[in-house]
Write a protein that binds this ligand. Sequence first.
Ligand SMILES: C[S@@+](CC[C@H](N)C(=O)[O-])C[C@H]1O[C@@H](n2cnc3c(N)ncnc32)[C@H](O)[C@@H]1O
Length: 217
Amino acid sequence: MSKENSETLAVYEKFAQAYLDGSAIRDRKNPEHARKKREQLAEKIRDAFGNLPSGAKLLEIGSADGDNAKILESLGYNVIASDIAPAFITACEKRGLKTIKFNVLTDVFPTELSGIFCWRVFAHFTREDITLALTRVYDALLPGGRFVFNVFDRATHDRDSEMKDFPGDYEMGAKRYFAYYRKEEIMNMIMKTNFKLIKEWHEHGGHNDWHCFVLEK
Ligand SMILES: C[S@@+](CC[C@H](N)C(=O)[O-])C[C@H]1O[C@@H](n2cnc3c(N)ncnc32)[C@H](O)[C@@H]1O
């Protein structure tokens, strides 16, 4: 696990409440936009995990406020939410989610996983962290299991990485590590694993665009 990710996790642990408050404020300011975003994500998730039966066991890595885990649950999966920051774990538990403290780079995975969802988390990973995470996720999945994740697109921000906060929006009060990737770079990393690439797409984000991937074991 890199020094960069560990410093970023320390920021999340310390300022998780600011993150949760910011998400709630954004949702209240524009509920229609928030609803549409959730619907769009639900559609993508349904498609990404389309091969899995209802009730399949799924782990979400880095659940934060639990919004995505609730979407996964609403689609009929047996979901385990997870994060590192205690305030995030409490937030998920309060929403009735089964939740564990889990670091994808260091901790033992739950067993019998048919799917793993990791949204807007690899943005905080160095190249070495991503290689490690891909290997660990592959090993944790059942055969045929799927992994869905995304990374920041370097086309909108041409640099390897930076330490940054987002003043006014997604602001936490301290800088976190963000890495940026060209699609080819991630594809090369995927090709070095035993994963099969099922689907990839590009999407616009508020501050940066994303490359999104669905892999299968
Ligand atoms: C930008 S937030 C995204 C939250 C949520 N997935 C979403 O899409 O709204 C990044 C999350 O990644 C988590 N995270 C960062 N590094 C992690 C690691 N090594 N293992 C597990 N979670 C991690 C943070 O705690 C934080 O909840």
